[in-house]
Write a protein that binds this ligand. Structure first.
Ligand code: SF4
Ligand code: SF4
Length: 147
């Protein structure tokens, strides 16, 4: 399916039609501040005009600032998440994301939880972190992990 059609088939994906390229999303985006090549306005524009998804979508931190600021209520962050789903379906999990997914499969978090982390927590009077089995189960059931 064409990317534009696929995005518009999602309930909030349809809001991509509201974007008028004002750039307020990019102005408030922390990732764009750190990396001048990252630009959520351009990501949406490219999807609409060229029907393309590029690797830069993985620089989004899902902080939702763009979505809060958008004057037309375009669901920018959700649309970028839809794009990630489409990307994985078409090209697979990118190499640089695989270590995070492997951690998710192992413990339910993107960072490993091990003895060292829990010892550090204990010294600070914090309870140990347990594995997040629900996330692990979701990955197993959906077959979405690193094979
Ligand atoms: S803030 Fe909203 S309308 Fe403006 S460029 Fe971003 S998504 Fe488009
Ligand atoms: S959700 Fe992503 S695109 Fe939106 S402001 Fe945060 S980092 Fe930027």
């Amino acid at each position: 399916m064409d990317l534009r059609e696929e995005l518009r088939s999602e309930i909030d994906g349809k809001t991509i039609n509201y974007c008028f390229s004002c750039g307020m999303c990019t102005g408030g985006c922390p990732s764009a501040r750190l990396n001048e090549k990252y630009n959520p306005r351009r990501i949406l524009h490219r999807a609409v005009i060229e029907g393309k998804i590029e690797d830069d979508i993985w620089l989004c931190t899902n902080c939702y600032t763009c979505q809060e600021r958008c004057p037309t209520k375009t669901k920018v962050a959700d649309i970028i998440s839809f794009m990630r789903r489409i990307y994985v379906k078409e090209k697979g999990i990118p190499e640089f994301i695989k270590p995070l997914v492997t951690n998710l499969q192992a413990c339910g978090f993107t960072a490993p939880i091990g003895e060292l982390e829990n010892k550090r927590r204990e010294r600070m009077g914090l309870p140990p972190v347990k594995t997040n089995d629900e996330i692990k189960r979701i990955i197993e059931k959906t077959g979405g992990g690193v094979k």
